[in-house]
Design a protein around this ligand. Structure first.
Ligand code: ADP
Length: 326
């Protein structure tokens, strides 16, 4: 229904369409039409309205439409198979279905909004309409399953490099799966693997990047911890940003396939905001503080505890927070 209203406005772009006309054509009341218009406005459509004249579409939000992305893509495979949605429960779930049906490496699912986007441990991921880049990328690597967790680190490196290029020079990586700006979370990465102990069938990288949300728009529980390009004062064209990010992801992935993870882990350390910081480690039933020393070759975090012991922390069931200031 919302699509029908939008189609009418688009067909008459620049001209007024009366509410009466749309309500008759869509067989709903004029109040229903007005409600759809309100919803479209909330999503970033600029629609003018005048009594007697009706509604006129002035501007559309910069949607991640396939043609707009394709025009800007400079990749060989990443994003060449492009599945686009206005809304999804979760982009990872959708891509999993496509992967099971045989989708090729580099396929992406992009959605303007997610209803039940999630982070690690099933924590929710706030994904409002056209205010971020919410997408999932399919990989079918030949390396062993034990290497899969390193894909998160690889993605974090690629994204951070892309952000620097987009003008967000303060972006840095927090182990293992966040990108922060001034201590606030800009990105979440959720890596999911399908396969056996011996072989990876596929890896799905779910990536959520806040672009347009303002502080007031974030839900209260994350208002003080989240940030966006807009909040950092950097204007991004989402289409351009997505194309650039896919290019960086592809380049970084190719590097890993050719050279292994070692050089990417070195890059990770340079872009990290975790190394050399006092951190609080929250493992199930065990919270302690220490100094984040280094990454090992498997991408695990080495933390020196107060007693001088070195703990090797495996991503997955652990959260890292800055240590409380004394
Ligand atoms: P953690 O930060 O504990 O490693 P995740 O990386 O899985 O957890 O991210 C999920 C958490 O991120 C949520 O519990 C919530 O606090 C926060 N969050 C949810 N949506 C957003 C968002 N759009 N931007 C920033 N942070 C978010």
């Amino acid at each position: 229904m919302r699509d029908e209203v939008l189609a009418f406005l688009r067909q008459n772009a620049g001209k007024f369409v009366s509410g009466q006309h749309m309500s008759e054509a869509c067989k709903v009341t004029r109040t229903a039409i007005w409600k759809h218009i309100q919803n479209l406005r909330k999503q970033g459509y600029k629609i003018e309205s005048f009594t007697k004249k009706g509604y006129r579409l002035l501007e559309e939000p910069d949607l991640l439409l396939p043609a707009a992305i394709n025009k800007r893509l400079e990749t060989k495979t990443f994003g060449r198979e492009y599945h686009y949605f206005d809304q999804l429960p979760s982009s990872n779930k959708e891509l999993r279905k496509l992967a099971d049906a045989g989708a090729a490496e580099g396929a992406v699912v992009v959605t303007e909004s997610q209803v039940s986007g999630h982070g690690r441990l099933n924590r929710g991921w706030y994904s409002p309409h056209a205010k971020g880049l919410w997408f999932s990328l399919l990989l079918r690597p030949s390396f062993v399953p034990q290497e899969a967790p390193k894909c998160t680190l690889m993605a974090a490196v690629a994204l951070t490099k892309a952000f620097h290029e987009l003008g967000l020079s303060e972006a840095g990586i927090k182990w293992p799966n966040d990108i922060l700006v001034h201590g606030r979370k800009l990105v979440g990465i959720l890596t999911e693997m399908n396969g056996s102990m011996e072989q990876i069938d596929y890896i799905i990288m779910g990536i959520g990047i806040n672009t347009g949300s303002t502080k007031d728009e974030f839900p209260e529980d994350i208002r003080e911890i989240a940030t966006s390009f807009a909040m950092e004062g950097v204007d991004v064209d989402r289409c351009q940003a997505l194309a650039l990010i896919l290019k960086h992801l592809e380049d970084q992935y190719q590097k890993v396939l050719k050279e292994g993870f070692a050089s990417t882990l070195e890059e990770w350390k340079k872009l990290s905001v975790t190394i050399n910081q006092d951190v609080e480690v929250r493992a199930p039933g065990n919270t302690y503080e220490g100094l984040a020393l280094d990454l090992d070759q498997d991408g695990n975090l080495l933390v020196k505890t107060k007693t001088g012991q070195i703990e090797r922390i495996v991503a997955g069931d652990v959260s890292i927070r800055p240590a409380k200031k004394k």
